[in-house]
Ligand binder design. Structure first.
Ligand code: F3S
Length: 101
């Protein structure tokens, strides 16, 4: 099982996670990041880096977020790699507050 980015990343995209990834498995679109399960080595280094707890081990993912396993696998290979910190999306701090962080 791989590591999964879930909906808390949407409208945040803080990208702290990519700074610790040893294999450049993150990809991005205008909303969030996705992990390519064929590249991720499941080191879990990114999980504690996310300020909105968007990332889960596949084995620990809550039932209501399980559909993100397929979304990451389908979306990541179609999108550009994100291997450097980017500016968070506009409104990311407000979204973080909304999410309770
Ligand atoms: Fe998203 Fe968290 Fe990374 S908001 S970009 S999963 S640090």
């Amino acid at each position: 099982m791989t590591t999964i980015v879930t909906d808390n990343c949407q409208r945040c995209r803080f990208t702290d996670c990519v700074t610790v990834c040893p294999v450049a498995c993150f990809h991005y679109d205008d909303e969030m990041l996705y992990i390519d399960p064929d590249v991720c080595i499941d080191c879990s280094a990114c999980i504690p880096e996310c300020p909105v707890q968007a990332i889960y081990e596949g084995d620990d993912i809550p039932a209501d977020k399980e559909h993100w396993i397929t979304i990451n696998a389908e979306r990541a290979p179609t999108l550009p790699v994100c291997d450097e910190k980017m500016d968070p999306l506009p409104g990311a701090e407000e979204r973080k507050t909304e999410l309770g962080f």
